[in-house]
Design a protein. Structure first.
Length: 228
């Protein structure tokens, strides 16, 4: 397993070196996700994401998100929540401090289905965004994410499973120039237990002006308080 992880990580680093932003930088995102299941119908979502301008700690963005999920069935749920996003600015790699604060309300619908060994996830998200900086701004945005996850050493994702995951997500504004950004992501992961997994991956984020590369590490640590 360690050999496989090291090989995939080297491939991701090599890929990112050919996909750097025009400034020649590769950033990193460190992320922690949690879903705490309370009952058959209800759960709580929480996450924190630290996004860096480069591999070294040059803070670009800090995102904190929380929400409540209503589970329609075993393959679909709806959510509503709040996110706080702090964006930081740089001038020739010199840290300039906070550039924009963002308060965000979000709603989403997520459903999953399987085709053979491949697990698909469809996520539809609406966001109402209040940005406070040099110019206050309100924006509505819609996002669609399609993810595919493939187990490598087992027929399905369960404890002690090595897997590969990739997704593409498009962001659209409700305004004259609707395209906001697109994210393409590929990663290797390991499912330690049914509730805990780790992913190491590469993300390319494309906006109207450029494409920027990020290495990512994501820990998924869930809890389940339902009665047996």
């Amino acid at each position: 397993m360690i050999r496989i992880f090291n090989t995939i990580l080297l491939i991701l680093i090599s890929f990112s070196s050919f996909s750097q932003s025009p400034e020649g930088t590769v950033g990193n995102w460190l992320m922690v996700f949690n879903q705490t299941r309370l009952t058959e119908r209800w759960s709580i979502h929480a996450e924190a994401q630290y996004r860096s301008y480069e591999i070294k700690p040059n803070t670009e963005q800090l995102l904190l998100r929380a929400g409540v999920n209503y589970h329609i069935n075993s393959t679909a749920y709806a959510s509503i929540g709040y996110a706080n996003v702090t964006n930081y600015a740089y001038d020739k790699e010199e840290f300039q401090g906070v550039q924009v604060y963002e308060n965000r309300i979000w709603q989403q619908f997520l459903m999953r289905n399987n085709v053979g060994k491949v697990a698909f996830e469809h996520r539809y998200r609406l966001e109402q965004r209040w940005l406070n900086g040099t110019q206050d701004l309100y924006l509505d945005r819609i996002r669609y994410l399609l993810r595919a996850t493939v187990p490598i050493n087992k027929p399905k994702i369960e404890a002690k499973t090595i897997f590969v995951s990739l997704y593409d997500e498009i962001f659209v504004h409700f305004k004259d120039t609707p395209f906001d950004r697109n994210r393409f992501y590929v990663a290797a992961g390991y499912q330690f237990t049914p509730l805990v997994s780790l992913q190491l991956g590469y993300l390319a984020q494309t906006t109207n002006t450029s494409t920027k590369s990020y290495l990512q590490a994501a820990l998924f640590y869930n809890l389940d308080f339902r009665k047996e």
